[in-house]
Design a protein around this ligand. Structure first.
Ligand code: AMP
Ligand code: MG
Length: 527
C-alpha cells in the first residue's frame, strides 16, 4: 500500500556524506550529513495522520491505516529506496554562535518524487540519537509531538508557509524530561512525528561550512540548493547567488508577515530554525497571542530578554538573514552586493505587511498617508486592557460595525474580546470609540461594498487558531489514551476562516484556569 512512495534521494546522491558509519556523537567535517537509521521502538501506535499530506505523497487514507504505515513512520521498518540521514548544521542561538548543532533528533528517511514531479523529504522527529545529538537522547515526547503535528497543519490551512506533518505515532516507550529545567525530571510518553517538506535545509547548514572555512563545500551546497530547491533561478553564478539571497529574503519576509497577521510567536528563531525555503519550521515552545501584547513570548528559556517576542519577529528574521549573508561572503568576496540583496527583506516585508493591514481592516488598498497611524493607534488601543487579538479582528467585520451604529452597538460588537470586562474604564471605552469612528470614516472613504469588505476581512482574520490551552487540552486527553480532541482540532483547523456554528467553543478566548498553567501560557525548549 506504500508503493506509491518512490525515492530519489538527491541530497545524499549529490552531496558528500560523513564516511563514518557508526552512530556516536561527534563533530562531522567535510560533509553535509551522516547516514543513520532510526532506533526501533517497542510498541508504536498511530494516533493521527493528516490525509491531505498523505494525498500529496500519493497515499490513500486506507494505506495510512495499515500496520506497515505505523511501522515505517515510527522508524521500525525501512522501505526499499530509503536512505536515512541526519543533516549537519550549525546556528546562532539567542544571538550567539553555537557551533555544530545538526539533526539531533530528526532523521530524513528519504526524499520522494511524486507522480506530479513534486519533491518531498520525509523526516521523523524523535527517532533516536544521531551523531548530532550532543548530550541529549534524540527522542521526543507526546506533548511536543502533538503540538508540532497540530500546529503544522493549522498553519498550512491558515495559508502560512510551513513544513507539514504526515503522522503522529506514540512509541510505547517512556522518555525522561525535566519540563521546566528545575530538577524535576519524570517519565513521559514518547512519540514521533513524520514531517514533510521539499527540503529541511536551514540557514545553519550554510553557516557551519562558512564557520569552518570549508568554502568548497559551501559552494557545492549553495549550487545544490539553487538547482534543486530554487530551480527557476538559473545556473549558479555570483549573480545567481545574490538573486537567490534576495529570494530567501522575500520568502522569509512573507512568512513573518503571515505570523504577524495570525498572532503566531515562533519562540526560538535561532538561525538553525530558519528554513531556506521560507517555511515555518521546528515547532517547539511556540505560542499564539491571546491578549494582544507585542512583548509576549511563550518561551520560558527566553523570559528574561524576550529576544523572540511577538513584536520583535520581523527584526529578528532580518538579523538571521544577515547571518546567512555573512555565511555567503566567501562566495561573493564583497560586502555591498550582499547588503543590497538584504534590502529585499525590507521591501518585501513592507509590501506584505501593508497588504496584511489592508486585508485585516478590509481596505481596498493601504494608504500610507492615513493607514500607518490607523494601525499604530489600533495597536495602542489593543494594549489598554487585555484584548484578544483573534476575536477583536474578527469582530471588526461584525454586521453591527457600521458607520451609523450607536456607540453602544459598537462596544457590544467587541465585548467578547476583553479578558477583564471590569477593567474597561470610561477612558478606555472613549479611546476605543474614537478609534472605531476614525476607522469607520476610513472605510466610508474607501468605498468598498460592505459584503466584499467583510469577506476580505474574514479571509485574513481567522476565527479558529490553535489556542495554547486547546493544544494543552488535546495533550492531556491524549496522555490518557484518548486522541479524539486531536482529531477534532485537526478538523476544526482545516477551515480556520469559516464560521463553524457547532464548534463555537473552539473560538472563545482563553478560560481563566489556563492563564498561568504550564503548557497554556509558558513553555520550555523541551516542549
Ligand atoms: P531546537 O531548539 O529544538 O531547534 O534544538 C536545537 C538543537 O538541539 C538541534 O540541533 C536539535 O537537533 C537538538 N536537540 C533538541 N532536542 C534534542 C533531543 N531530545 N535529542 C537530541 N538533540 C536534540
Ligand atoms: Mg531546531
Amino acid at each position: 500500500m506504500l508503493e506509491p512512495l518512490s525515492f530519489e534521494n538527491r541530497f545524499t546522491r549529490e552531496l558528500p556524506g560523513d564516511p563514518e558509519a557508526t552512530n556516536f556523537r561527534r563533530q562531522v567535517e567535510n560533509a553535509c550529513y551522516s547516514r543513520v537509521n532510526p532506533t526501533p521502538v517497542a510498541a508504536p501506535v498511530l494516533v493521527a495522520y493528516a490525509e491531505e499530506v498523505a494525498a500529496l505523497l500519493g497515499l490513500s487514507p486506507a494505506s495510512c491505516e495499515t500496520a506497515a504505515f505505523t511501522s515505517v513512520f515510527s522508524g521500525n521498518q525501512l522501505l526499499p529506496g530509503m536512505d536515512p540521514f541526519a543533516m549537519c548544521y550549525g546556528g546562532h542561538q539567542f544571538g550567539n554562535w553555537a557551533g555544530q548543532l545538526g539533526d539531533g533528533r530528526a532523521i530524513v528517511l528519504g526524499e520522494v518524487v511524486t507522480q506530479r514531479g513534486e519533491r518531498w523529504a520525509l523526516q521523523l522527529k524523535g527517532a533516536g540519537p544521531t551523531p548530532y545529538s550532543r548530550g541529549a537522547d534524540g527522542l521526543a515526547v507526546l506533548r511536543s509531538s502533538v503540538r508540532e503535528f497540530l500546529c503544522s497543519e493549522a498553519m498550512h490551512h491558515l495559508g502560512v508557509p510551513t513544513t507539514r506533518a504526515l503522522s503522529l505515532i506514540t512509541t510505547g516507550e517512556s522518555v525522561m524530561r525535566d519540563m521546566f529545567y528545575d530538577g524535576n525530571a519524570g517519565p513521559e510518553p514518547g512519540a514521533i512525528v513524520c514531517r514533510v517538506a521539499p527540503s529541511f535545509t536551514r540557514f545553519g547548514n550554510f553557516e557551519i561550512l562558512a564557520a569552518r572555512g570549508d568554502t568548497d563545500l559551501l559552494r557545492r551546497l549553495v549550487r545544490y540548493t539553487i538547482e534543486t530547491d530554487f530551480p527557476g533561478l538559473g545556473t549558479p553564478s555570483t549573480g545567481t547567488i545574490l538573486t537567490w539571497l534576495r529570494e530567501v529574503c522575500r520568502r522569509t519576509a512573507v512568512m513573518v508577515a503571515h505570523w504577524m497577521r495570525v498572532g503566531f510567536v515562533h519562540g526560538v528563531m535561532n538561525t538553525d530554525n530558519m528554513s531556506i525555503l521560507g517555511l515555518t519550521i521546528d515547532y517547539g515552545p511556540y505560542g499564539w497571542l491571546e491578549n494582544f501584547d507585542p512583548g509576549w513570548t511563550p518561551n520560558t528559556t527566553d523570559a528574561e530578554n524576550r529576544r523572540y517576542r511577538f513584536g520583535a519577529q520581523p527584526q529578528i528574521a532580518l538579523w538571521n538573514l544577515v547571518k546567512l549573508a555573512n555565511a555567503l561572503y566567501p562566495l561573493i568576496n564583497a560586502v555591498e552586493p550582499l547588503q543590497e540583496a538584504l534590502e529585499a527583506y525590507h521591501v518585501a516585508f513592507d509590501e506584505a505587511w501593508q497588504q496584511t493591514v489592508a486585508d485585516k481592516l478590509g481596505l481596498r488598498r493601504f494608504d500610507p498617508a492615513t493607514d500607518r497611524e490607523l494601525i499604530d493607534d489600533l495597536h495602542a488601543i489593543l494594549q489598554m486592557t487585555e484584548t484578544d487579538m483573534t476575536i477583536f479582528y474578527r469582530r471588526l467585520s461584525d454586521p453591527r460595525v457600521t458607520v451609523d451604529a450607536s456607540d453602544e452597538h459598537l462596544l457590544d460588537a467587541l465585548a467578547d474580546a476583553y479578558y477583564l470586562p471590569e477593567s474597561l474604564t470610561p477612558e478606555i471605552e472613549a479611546a476605543t470609540l474614537t478609534w472605531m469612528r476614525q476607522y469607520l470614516a476610513r472605510i466610508a472613504q474607501d468605498g468598498e461594498d460592505d459584503e466584499v469588505r467583510r469577506a476580505t476581512m474574514n479571509r485574513a482574520n481567522p476565527k479558529y487558531v490553535l489556542r495554547n490551552y486547546l493544544a494543552q487540552m488535546a495533550i492531556d486527553k491524549a496522555a490518557t489514551g484518548d486522541a479524539t480532541l486531536i482529531h477534532e482540532l485537526l478538523d476544526v483547523l482545516r477551515h480556520p476562516y469559516d464560521e463553524q456554528p457547532h464548534r463555537e467553543k473552539y473560538a472563545v478566548k482563553r478560560p481563566e484556569w489556563a492563564r498561568h498553567r504550564p503548557g497554556c501560557s509558558m513553555l520550555s525548549c523541551s516542549s
